[in-house]
Design a protein around this ligand. Structure first.
Ligand SMILES: *[C@@H]1O[C@H](CO)[C@@H](O)[C@H](O)[C@H]1NC(C)=O
Ligand SMILES: *[C@@H]1O[C@H](CO)[C@@H](O)[C@H](O)[C@H]1NC(C)=O
Ligand SMILES: *[C@@H]1O[C@H](CO)[C@@H](O)[C@H](O)[C@H]1NC(C)=O
Ligand SMILES: *[C@@H]1O[C@H](CO)[C@@H](O)[C@H](O)[C@H]1NC(C)=O
Ligand SMILES: *[C@@H]1O[C@H](CO)[C@@H](O)[C@H](O)[C@H]1NC(C)=O
Length: 436
């Protein structure tokens, strides 16, 4: 054996030895974290992501049941990594579009020939249009559940371009919507497959600054409270008929439904037509979770039954509240005179949504039921959805605030924490100071 042979053996050994540390350099996050701030004028929840090359920070309205990420490409979309999805490509079959679209005012992002399209939906105004499916770089912060970590990128993240007019009705400074719904191209699925982590995500909305996580817990809030350990679970139900503003026949809903079986107020059953609580084969009925409705919306007969039961209990012994005139959009309001404060918000009758069994109950306490409209008046934060709405109960943003919700797409399960005040923390208590 001569020296050159030794050298070769040594080189091979060194290569094998180095390989694991190279793998470590291509860092794989276990979860990602984004801030979610409430816009005080529209009551929308706005998150921030970085997209394009060079990276541009984008403010996007967070839509828990939204189908995918869509952004305004008419404005100034400048990126060296923008790629339209070519018709008949794997990307197009992922969204089930076998058509080929042309565009006559391009080429530019959002307007190219031989592309497939999707239907970006402004779920606040219920306006949908067609938009080019495309890919670009997306960058987010990783997390260990305690703090943000290093930034990671997805080089070919699928989204849709939309025309500027689709932004009408969204918060100032926003350039699109971030959909977290149950589709293959919504953020949770794309991020889970890009980084091979659990198909789970969690949302913790706040009246100020909240947080959302992609991937599994821990989800830790100051002072060192691991909220993912404190969840109650209920099945997520699939609505077989799309609830989007525009859709194709046979498309299921991207939104998350849960099985509310009955409602109790101050421990008494509220008489509601249970037929309205189930999702019928035409997609009508049932209960969904929505971050684009600022308050819970109830079908007219459910609204009447719930408000009557609430008023009766609130005016009765134990609370002795004085009802005053309604304040738009609320019909049921009380004088703040006799209202006491507790750890869970003002003391009012608890509203309970009984889920798949009698022991699985989503409890709505004063902090999530009562909205302060002035120094003298507080209102029940539920609104009347009228007769024959598509969905009978839409649990809205105000009722979700300071509750951690975890959506598990693999098992189709919702985990909910109940009001975090009960465990002495809030959704604004994630430590956004980077540990690095
Ligand atoms: C698409 O093709 C048509 C017809 O060939 C052409 O007029 C048009 O400029 C093309 N558009 C783009 C965006 O390339
Ligand atoms: C990582 O992303 C965050 C949030 O988008 C941003 O504020 C920060 O500047 C980024 N850090 C680096 C090193 O790019
Ligand atoms: C209950 O709701 C269903 C619609 O889901 C309706 O057809 C039925 O008439 C209602 N029953 C009563 C007693 O109001
Ligand atoms: C209820 O409140 C009214 C005035 O707000 C008061 O006069 C009355 O004594 C109270 N009743 C009880 C049982 O506390
Ligand atoms: C937030 O995290 C940073 C980085 O780990 C740490 O230095 C800081 O003390 C934490 N803040 C609180 C209030 O614990």
């Amino acid at each position: 054996m001569d020296h050159s042979n030794f050298g070769r053996v040594f080189t091979i050994f060194l290569f094998l030895f180095i390989a694991p540390s190279l793998a470590q350099q291509s860092f794989r996050p276990k979860a990602l974290v984004v801030p979610v701030k409430k816009d005080p004028s529209t009551l929308q929840y706005v998150t921030q992501l970085n997209q394009r090359t060079p990276l541009v920070p984008l403010n996007l309205v967070l839509d828990i049941g939204g189908q995918f990420l869509w952004v305004d490409c008419d404005g100034s979309y400048i990126s060296s990594t923008y790629r339209p999805a070519r018709c008949h490509s794997a990307q197009c079959s992922l969204v089930g579009d076998n058509a080929c679209g042309d565009c006559f005012s391009g080429p530019r992002p959002g307007c190219n020939n031989n592309t497939c399209g999707v239907t970006p939906d402004n779920t606040v105004t219920h306006t949908a249009t067609s938009g080019e499916l495309a890919q670009d770089v997306l960058s987010l912060q990783s997390t260990n559940g305690f703090n943000p970590g290093r930034n990671v990128t997805v080089s070919r993240f699928l989204f849709s371009c939309a025309p500027s007019f689709l932004l009408q009705g969204l918060a100032n400074g926003v350039s699109g919507m971030a959909g977290l719904g149950r589709t293959k191209i919504a953020l949770p699925s794309q991020l889970a497959s890009a980084f091979s982590f659990h198909r789970k995500f969690a949302v913790c909305l706040s009246p100020g600054s909240g947080v959302a996580f992609f991937g599994d817990g821990p989800y830790v809030f100051l002072p060192n409270i691991e909220a993912s350990q404190l969840l109650t679970f209920t099945p997520l139900l699939l609505n077989p008929v799309s609830t989007a503003s525009a859709f194709f026949q046979g498309e299921h809903s991207a939104e998350y439904f849960i099985g509310v079986k009955s409602i109790r107020i101050a421990e008494k059953a509220v008489p509601v037509n249970t037929s309205l609580l189930s999702i019928k084969s035409n997609g009508v009925g049932g209960t969904k979770i929505s971050s684009v409705n600022p308050y819970t919306v109830l079908e007219a007969s459910i609204f009447k039954a719930v408000t009557e039961a609430f008023v009766k209990a609130a005016e009765g012994p134990g609370w002795n509240l004085t009802r005053v005139g309604g304040v738009t959009p609320f019909e049921v309001c009380f004088s703040t005179e006799n209202i006491l404060s507790t750890r869970l918000g003002v003391s009012v009758p608890t509203i309970e949504l009984v889920l798949h069994n009698q022991n699985t109950v989503w409890r709505i306490y004063g902090a999530n039921s009562m909205v302060s409209v002035s120094d003298k008046v507080m209102c029940l934060g539920f609104v009347n959805g009228g007769l024959n709405p598509t969905t009978s109960i839409v649990i809205g943003g105000y009722q979700l605030e300071n509750n951690l919700l975890q959506f598990d797409l693999a098992t189709s399960t919702l985990g909910f924490s109940s009001l975090l005040y009960g465990i002495r923390t809030t959704c604004s208590n994630f430590n956004f100071t980077s540990a690095a």
